[in-house]
Structures are given as structure tokens and as C-alpha cells.
Design a protein around this ligand. Structure first.
Ligand code: NAP
Length: 301
């Protein structure tokens, strides 16, 4: 398949592009800078120069492809406070990509997050059948699923908050480690029994490929290996590797210790990938989060 990918140069893209190429697909990656273009070319991908907001370019590149994977997200805008702007760009890009594929039966694989289940009030272990009616990022997920009714073989991969591996340089784990170094404490909220799911970057990459190749139209998948690790256990591991004490803080204090992550740290988000494994024959094959923390690379060892 000739596959157009946005966000090809990012953390997840850096695993998805090689995964596709080694399985015989051609890759055309969106790149907004010379550096990203050079990186993509070095992996053996073709380059489509452009920005996520250039919707005409997205439409034409999608129409020229056999399938599309959407990974790009304006994290810089989000981190500088324009969360809603980043969310809206994501939605507009997806609508353009889906429009370009309407009636073709071609695959559109998009990206969402398991945390939306926690924000949406889903209790217990979240499954692929759980959906939330609306909200930031959730509207984009629902729009992708709805493209199934317009002749697109659309699917959504929900990533856990911690996608981990040596390819992860600025996700939630490097951020938590950076905050712990800066503040001298590895924190959790309350008793820290709330759980976060996690998944390995290379397992996520194989899931995107399988979804591209085989996903039934309108499906949701979970790139989850560890169903739920207590946040206290993650803080204890980070603290141990940095020689810092784990520390319980209140929800109100959390911002002083983990900045933009304060709104996420207390969420309980256990998530299953049973259905994903059944539908696509996907199986997580790489180390879990605690093993990757123990491997030392997150701490420069
Ligand atoms: N990694 C995780 O743990 C995780 C967890 C949950 C959800 N997600 C979601 O998964 C997706 C991929 O995440 P990631 O970790 O790979 O992100 P990332 O490493 O920050 O990469 C973001 C990608 O988007 C591109 N991009 C950003 N703004 C753009 C713009 N204006 N025009 C064109 N391209 C633009 C970047 O291009 P440049 O190379 O030019 O910067 C890069 O390729 C995102 O939707 C993210 O929110 C990730």
C-alpha cells in the first residue's frame, strides 16, 4: 500500500514508518521542516512538504494514497497553553483527510488516547466498546468512526498516556522524570493507587500497521500492554532510579511538582486491549513500562 502519514517524524511515527517499510508498504510522510524531511528521507520514506493546517495539501496527499495514518498533533501549541487550538487543528485535519477518502473504501487510521475514557467518566476497566459522546479530542475520535458511514475503512488507535521505549524523548515519562529532577521529589496524588495503562512504542507501531491492513470500518483499538500500573509504583520506580524519595501530594499541590501533568496524575485509567488482540491478532511483544524504567535508558544509563 502507498500510505500517507502525518506526524511521521514524531515519536510514534519513528516506529510506524520503519514498521510499514519493512512490511512492504510505501510511505509518504508529511514534513513541515527541512529537519523532518531529511529524517524521513533517511528512513526511505517519500516526503510531502507541508503543515497540518494546509488542508488542501492534506486532501490531495490522501487522495493520491491507498491509505492514511494520522499521527501529527500540535503538542507545542498545547504545551504553550493553546490546547483548544491544537484540538481544533487535529479535528479539521481529520475531516479533510476523511473527506478525501470518502467513498473509496480506503483505510484511515487515526490517533486518540485512553485517558479520554477517564475524562469521560468511564468506570472500571475501559474497553474498545466504551465511547464518550463528546469533548476535546473525543470529537475527533467520533468523527473518524463516523467516516465508516461514508465509505472509509476508518479506525482509531487509542494510545495510553505512557507510550515508552528508547524512542520516547518527550512523552509523559521523560516529563515526569524531568519534573522529579527539578523538584527533588517523585510524586503521586493521595495514596497513588490510581492506575495508568502503558504500551511499548514498537507494539503501538505494529498495531497501526495491522489496523491499516485489516481493521473493520469504524473500529477502536487499544495499544495497551500494561492494563494499569498504580501511579505510586511508577513514582517509586522513578524515585529509586534518581535517588529521590517518592512523595504523596494533594491534587491542589500537584501543579507545583508536575506542571501541565497535574490534571492527569490523579486519573484512574485501567484499560484492556483484549478486543484489539482478538480482532487484529495483535499481541504486545515488547517490555512493559517498569522493565523499561529498570533498563536505565530513561535516566541516561
Ligand atoms: N507518545 C505518547 O505517549 C502518546 C500518548 C497518547 C497519545 N499520543 C498521541 O499520539 C500522536 C503522536 O504522538 P507523538 O508522541 O509521536 O508526538 P510527537 O513526538 O510530538 O510528534 C508530533 C508529530 O506531529 C508533527 N507536527 C506537529 N505540528 C505540526 C504541524 N503544525 N504541521 C505538521 N506536522 C506537525 C511533528 O512534526 P515535527 O517533526 O516537524 O515536529 C511530529 O512529526 C499525537 O496525537 C499524540 O497526542 C501520544
Amino acid at each position: 500500500m502507498r500510505v500517507f502519514i502525518t506526524g511521521a517524524s514524531g515519536h510514534i511515527g519513528s516506529a510506524v514508518v520503519p514498521e510499514l517499510l519493512t512490511h512492504g508498504h510505501e510511505v509518504v510522510g508529511l514534513a513541515r521542516s527541512d529537519a523532518s524531511a531529511t529524517l524521513l528521507a533517511s528512513w526511505g520514506a517519500e516526503v510531502e512538504r507541508g503543515d497540518l493546517d494546509d488542508l488542501d495539501r492534506l486532501r490531495s496527499a490522501a487522495a493520491a494514497a491507498d491509505g492514511v495514518i494520522h499521527l501529527a498533533f500540535k503538542h507545542e501549541a498545547m504545551r504553550s497553553g493553546d490546547f483548544l487550538g491544537a484540538i481544533d487543528s487535529d479535528l479539521q485535519a481529520l475531516l479533510a483527510l476523511g473527506d478525501a477518502l470518502a467513498g473509496s473504501g480506503k483505510p484511515l487510521v487515526s490517533t486518540s488516547g485512553t485517558l479520554m475514557l477517564a475524562f469521560g467518566g468511564i468506570e472500571g476497566v475501559g474497553t474498545e466498546d466504551d465511547a464518550v459522546a463528546g469533548g476535546p479530542r473525543i470529537d475527533a475520535e467520533n468523527a473518524v468512526v463516523a467516516f465508516a458511514d461514508r465509505g472509509v475503512r476508518s479506525s482509531v488507535v487509542r494510545l495510553p498516556p505512557t507510550v515508552h521505549s528508547e524512542l520516547d524523548h518527550h512523552g509523559f515519562i521523560p516529563s515526569l522524570i524531568g519534573f522529579a529532577r527539578d523538584t527533588g521529589s517523585a510524586v503521586y496524588i493521595g495514596d497513588g493507587a490510581n492506575r495508568w495503562p502503558s504500551g511499548h512504542t514498537l507494539d503501538a507501531a505494529s498495531l497501526y500497521r495491522l489496523a491499516l491492513e485489516d481493521a473493520p470500518a469504524g473500529s477502536r483499538f487499544h495499544a495497551v500492554g500494561d492494563e494499569g500500573i498504580p501511579v505510586r509504583v511508577m513514582a517509586e520506580s522513578i524515585g529509586r532510579h534518581l535517588g529521590l524519595p517518592p512523595l504523596s501530594v494533594s491534587a491542589e499541590e500537584a501543579g507545583d511538582y508536575v506542571g501541565f501533568l497535574a490534571g492527569f496524575l490523579g486519573l484512574d485509567n485501567p484499560v484492556s486491549s483484549t478486543r484489539t488482540q482478538e480482532v487484529l491478532g495483535w499481541k504486545p511483544a515488547h517490555p512493559g513500562l517498569l522493565a523499561d524504567l529498570d533498563a536505565g535508558f530513561y535516566f541516561g544509563c
